[in-house]
Write a protein that binds this ligand. Structure first.
Ligand code: X8Z
Ligand code: ZN
Length: 608
């Protein structure tokens, strides 16, 4: 039996319950027995789940419409629905305090914990502040969705400036695109600071020191232990990142010259092929191994075979079916948004939705036909597959074992996109020889290993913001300090005093916790390695594909169906046999590349 927040003694609590009414001059009740309190608490939490479920479904639909048609009016509508949802979450969490200290069965105690954590940003119990919070959230989100960059005589979208960052090789044009997008985020700063203030008040009312501590409490372990766990995982993969950084910096310095990229400092953030320098796959041609066999170019394969967004989604659907999952429902194909509409504003950042907690699953994605979005397509469909797998769970169980699991499902499957798999699906004619392995691993490392410190630093920043260690005056400097510390990346120009560069990244105005992606980049390799072992694979991990393997699929499904009904180590154990997250699969996957990088780097000075 687990005690849900043992801070309040059970006797004191029973006294309040029993005599609370008497104090108002009404008839005194007999003290409730333990069994009665348990029954009451159980009924309360079940009713709370039902109410939250209904409010969430309504909010989801409003949010879907808003994200698909970003206008003044839909901003108002979503803010109104969000306000009601926040108010309900806060009210129920407040009422649940009555059951603090009651000795409850584990599964019920777990639901009470989840209730306290149900809101990513709680408000205090105050109608005006709740409305203010909901309004700010909607405004930040639409400011991001509709942001434009005045450049080359036109108003460019994020998609357009991202394309420049991905493909252009002239530092001036790259800088204009990079800097322009950050100008669009500057107006968010004051609203963001106010939002932090209100949400922190809400977190305190729920008994957390601040919102950051609340987010860290969502991992079935002590919040401080979770921060240490993230550091531990990072320590395990950092040598690999350092080696990659060293090589990439040296090659960029060769290409751009040491006045643009110094041989010993942090790398300027506009030169890494991605608007946030979070994954570097687009600079593959600048850093790839010379000699060796040619790898394959996924973008070219897709374009040569006339893939479009739906066909890309079809490939992801087919992969999950090959593991034994049901085909995506017709409504997925009818209701998803697959390409960017030209005639209206949409929130282009890719996302996956579950509108009825059952079968009405969809994605929203401004898909480009390229290798990067082929992987993102699998990522999004993976969310939908997970959502459908845990649909039998109650409201609080109907989510990822932890949020990192949710982000890792589609990515794990995408690690099985190997040359052999591509041949099976008709995209590739002939597998590249083992000589191409370093190139294949390099492409993968630029996307996945480069991401790790970015995945870690985003919430390091937010934790400091919510704790008050960073204030609006130091938001931007604090952001760049962490970028440099973890990523070895720096701003390419002096940042203006009023800059709010974190706001240029979707998840900051969107308030999506980010540590999940760091965890997912560890977990997806752990899942992949375990899946390959289950399949009896003995070759190198980057050549292993579990496409079509029903036994692996069955075990994978068993983990997904659990949702969050049990602490995440149990879900992890169900599939991998281990109860710990473990970076050693990342290290094992990239071992041949690491040896190659060490050889390249042997006469270079690494670090920053
Ligand atoms: O936001 C996403 C997904 C939607 S959950 C497209 N990702 C992170 C990002 O884009 O920053 C996937 C990888 C990291
Ligand atoms: Zn995701």
């Amino acid at each position: 039996m687990k005690q849900w927040n043992s801070g309040v003694s059970k006797l004191a609590l029973m006294a309040t319950v029993a005599f609370g009414l008497a104090a108002c001059g009404e008839e005194a009740e007999a003290p409730k027995t333990k069994a009665e309190m348990t029954a009451e608490a159980t009924a309360f939490i079940q009713e709370a789940e039902q109410q939250l479920f209904e409010a969430a479904m309504y909010l989801e639909r409003m949010a879907w419409v808003n994200a698909n048609f970003v206008t003044h009016d839909t901003d108002m509508l979503v803010a109104e629905a969000d306000k009601k949802f926040i108010a309900l979450g806060v009210e129920l969490a407040g009422k649940s305090k009555k059951y603090q200290g009651v000795d409850l069965p584990d599964d019920i105690a777990r639901k009470f914990e989840k209730l306290r954590l149900a809101l990513t940003l709680p408000a205090p119990e105050n109608a005006d502040k709740t409305k203010e919070l909901a309004d700010i959230k909607a405004k930040l989100s639409s400011t991001y969705a509709t942001g434009k960059v005045a450049m080359e005589g036109e108003q460019k979208t994020l998609g357009q400036v991202s394309e420049i960052i991905a493909t252009d090789r002239t530092p001036e044009r790259l800088l204009a695109a990079w800097d322009g997008w950050r100008k669009s985020a500057q107006p968010m700063k004051d609203d963001y600071a106010r939002m932090v203030e209100i949400a922190n008040e809400g977190a305190k009312e729920l008994g957390y020191p601040n919102v950051g501590a609340m987010w860290r409490s969502n991992y079935d372990m002590d919040p401080d232990a979770f921060a240490a766990e993230a550091d531990r995982l990072w320590d395990g993969v950092k040598p690999l990142y350092d080696a990659l950084h060293c090589h990439v910096r040296a090659e960029l310095s060769d290409y751009y010259g040491s006045r643009v990229v110094s041989e010993d400092g942090a790398i300027p953030a506009h030169l890494l092929g991605n608007m946030w320098a979070q994954s570097w796959g687009n600079v593959f041609d600048l850093v790839k191994p010379e000699g060796g066999a040619e790898s394959y170019d996924l973008t070219k394969l897709l374009q040569d075979k006339n893939y479009d967004a739906r066909k890309m989604a079809g490939a992801a659907d087919d992969f999950f079916q090959s593991l034994g999952f049901d085909a995506l429902p017709d409504t997925f194909w009818d209701r998803s948004l697959f390409t960017k509409p030209e005639d209206r504003e949409v929130q282009c950042h890719a996302s996956a939705w579950d509108l009825d907690w059952k079968d009405d699953i969809r994605i929203k994605m401004c898909t480009k036909v390229d290798g990067e979005d082929f992987i993102t397509m699998h990522h999004e469909v993976g969310h939908n597959i997970y959502q459908r797998a845990y649909q039998e769970q109650s409201f609080f169980g109907a989510t990822g074992a932890h949020d990192g699991f949710h982000e890792a499902i589609g990515d794990m499957v995408a690690l099985s996109i190997t040359p052999d798999y591509l041949i099976k699906t008709g995209l590739l004619d002939e597998a590249p020889s083992a000589d191409a392995d370093i190139a294949i691993l390099m492409q993968q490392a630029l996307d996945k290993v480069a991401f790790l410190p970015f995945g870690l630093m985003v919430d390091q920043w937010r934790w400091k913001v919510f704790s008050g260690e960073l204030t609006p005056d130091t938001y931007n400097q604090g952001w760049w300090d962490l970028r440099e510390k973890y990523q070895g990346v720096k701003a390419p120009n002096d940042r203006p005093a009023d800059a709010f560069d974190p706001g240029a990244k979707y998840h900051i105005p969107g308030n999506t916790p980010y540590m999940r992606y760091f965890l997912a980049h560890i977990l997806q390799f752990q899942f992949h390695k375990s899946a390959c072992e289950q399949a009896g694979w003995e070759g190198p991990l980057h050549r292993c594909s579990v496409y079509g393997n029903k036994e692996v699929g069955e075990k994978f499904k068993a983990m997904l169906e659990m949702g969050a009904s049990k602490p995440w180590p149990e879900a992890l154990e169900t599939f991998t046999g281990s109860r710990d997250m473990d970076g050693s699969a990342v290290v094992a996957y990239f071992e041949p590349l690491k040896a190659w990088l060490d050889e390249q780097n042997k006469d270079r000075t690494c670090g920053w």
